[in-house]
Design a protein. Sequence first.
Length: 598
Amino acid sequence: MTKKATGVAAAWTALMLLGAASWSAATAAEAGPPPNPADVDFEWGVRIPLRDGVQLQATVYKPRTLAKPAPCIFTLTPYIAESYHDRGMYFAAHGLTFLTVDVRGRGNSEGRFQPLLQEGEDGYDVVEWLAKQPYCNGKVAMWGGSYAGYDQWATASRMPPHLATIVPAAAPYVGVDFPFRNNMFYSYDVQWLMFVNGKAAQSALFADQRFWQSRFMQALEAGEPFKELGAVLQGDAAATFATWVAHPQPDAYWDRYNPTAEAYAKLTLPILTITGSYDDDQPGALEHYRRYMQAASPDAKARHYLVIGPWDHAGTRTPNAQVGGLSFGPASLVDLPKLHLGWYAWTMQQGPKPEFLAKPVAYYVMQADRWRYADSLEAVTGESRRYHLESKANAVDVLSAGSLQLEPGGGAPDHFVEDPRDISLARAELEVDPESLTTQQMVYARRGRELVYHTAPFDQDTEVSGFFKLSAWISIDQPDTDFEVRVYEIAADGSSVALSNDGMRARYRQGMREPSLIRSKAPLQYDFDHFTFVSRLIRKNSRLRLVIAPVNSIYGEKNYNSGGVVAEETLASARPVTVTLYHDRAHPSVLVVPIGQP
């Protein structure tokens, strides 16, 4: 549901949240000629009754040649059902009835919209209503990504008897990657709530990046508390934002949005999970995947397949060979509509398993332009290589960085000072393309206010596949502060590619659910173990760059380091913090690099 930008707490998008409302030229070409409208029966304004009397509106796309009842598919969306017209035409032209359904309170559906809370029960009712229609044979599937990926998990967790399979793409896990990641809220939450407020689409307002950047910058310059960012909202949207910021870490409030361990354990239907290396809801998609695989029976696990492409958020439905300034080879352009057709045929029509799903986990290796396969997500990584942080001088400048070395070091600690009253870095963000994966502007803008470490040039091509981890010994002289951590590939010509990122609010050093302010100036161990998945071939003579930096961004909740309720802190609360990172033998700070399987 989000598109992260320059900082860990940044969330930015144009129309990514609309899912797959349009086709890229490459995908359309692979999928064949456009559907012939004469092959599709179209029915608009179909009313679906729910158990409490509310009616949802659906648009039905049926194959005109449908001779007998057959499996049906639907997507449940807050982004107005007509945005999926192309997908409805595609699936109906290929023999499957497809419904686009406005969620409760959005578009032409009745009721009150409560983001994410309502979709499980309503999805159950849609499944069971659809199974009884004369054109359906009782087998119902779901389709969609982002919000429409989340509501597949929510619906499945209610166990509707006629739900045959789900295919969640880019599905957020509430309290993990939306409406915050690592317990740091996004400014984007306000933008999104504006987008889905009321019945009508707000696409132009939502997509006006300059408008939202200006609003976020104004709030930062005024030193307003983050909770006041919601003042631009009205009605239910304003109330929702206020409720969200009143729950700054995972708790019982957020738990109710997601399937329980018991619900995951009871699921037995086939599941196809899709995400991407640059999908901003990858953390959520993989959280659902992991929790399911932890709880499910062996037979159920064998029916869960995972696909991780090189894609961004929208690419999990419509792959594009260009993402954030990177170009991928032709193997990256998987015909996902065709894969879905094959999946539905296999799981509901006794067809063969799609050849693409050769093993339970499929992942694309960037720069090698090939797909690899593994029996589990853990098996993607063949070796965990430990690089020790070291420096001979204070490693605060990208041009005089410290090192990442295989042997332990013993140098003096490195440090920087972050003053939350200084918003020059936030102003610099206004000049940076938030979609870029190749820019180094912010790394250079933060010189003197970050820590930078490089490996030696690789002596051979090396596949990095899996999850980075960083264990760092850090001391701070305030009760709290925020960190972002990023890993890049630096090519021999000095160009940069963003690989993975993580972040942490210091008060959650010991766990995401229980805050504990920092009371000691002694070095404490910080384990950054929520990096995003990446798979890329690092070329010979390229290096890895590790950057540890403060978060001071227009795109995220501002932490003024005072140790108070962050959403209520103002400029008057601001406390400069000195961050010191140790890397001696008593305090070994280590970056763990996931080396791909042989």
